[in-house]
Design a protein around this ligand. Structure first.
Ligand code: SF4
Ligand code: SF4
Length: 172
């Protein structure tokens, strides 16, 4: 899913990776998570590139735009997509390939994700794993496993920094 805005790492290209066109739900196209989009072309690319949905226009994985992600962590190689970044008030998401829900636990990935989680604890950020419907927050040496989420549930963080799984309609 690409445009070419500023802020992307110069020598990284999507190439044949189509992970974000597969792993994510695209509501505008009624495309479910874990199904390759019907507009994805063999070898990579999009056959409606000029008219692609906004969700596709705005998304770039962290491998494309955060220079702390190692070069060889392109999502079609790791089995998960990193999104966002580790920064105060923000979080780094790890969305696994639905066919490889434990991909993030393989090494060297797991050790690096937990190192980022420890770094996040110091600066007010988190690493959050989305593995099928399951959500796990990594913190220092702890895994907060919130189990499976229904479409009507979301994860929130209170003012004290604690996470809670709550009904979506309770969030303002
Ligand atoms: S997951 Fe990242 S590298 Fe792969 S196609 Fe999407 S933006 Fe490109
Ligand atoms: S519309 Fe294009 S960019 Fe968006 S998910 Fe489908 S193939 Fe990917």
């Amino acid at each position: 899913m690409s445009g070419e805005p500023s802020g992307l790492i110069a020598d990284r290209a999507c190439g044949s990776c189509v992970s974000c066109c597969s792993f994510f739900t695209i509501a505008e196209l009624e495309k479910p998570a874990g199904t390759l989009c019907s507009h994805s072309m063999p070898g990579g690319g999009c056959d409606i590139y000029a008219e692609r949905p906004n969700a596709c226009r705005v998304f770039f994985c962290a491998w494309r735009c955060w220079d702390q992600v190692p070069d060889d962590w392109r999502p079609d190689r790791t089995g998960f997509i990193l999104g966002g970044r580790l920064a105060a008030g923000s979080f780094l998401s790890v969305t696994t390939d639905p066919d490889l829900p434990e991909s993030w636990r393989a090494e060297p990935y797991c050790s690096q994700l937990k190192a980022w989680a420890r770094q996040g604890d110091r600066i007010g950020s988190q690493v959050v794993v989305f593995s099928r419907q399951r959500v796990i927050v990594l913190q220092a040496d702890t895994e907060l496993d919130f189990g499976d989420f229904s479409p009507d549930e979301v994860l929130i963080r209170d003012e004290a920094g604690r996470f809670h799984k709550v009904p979506r309609n309770r969030v303002k």
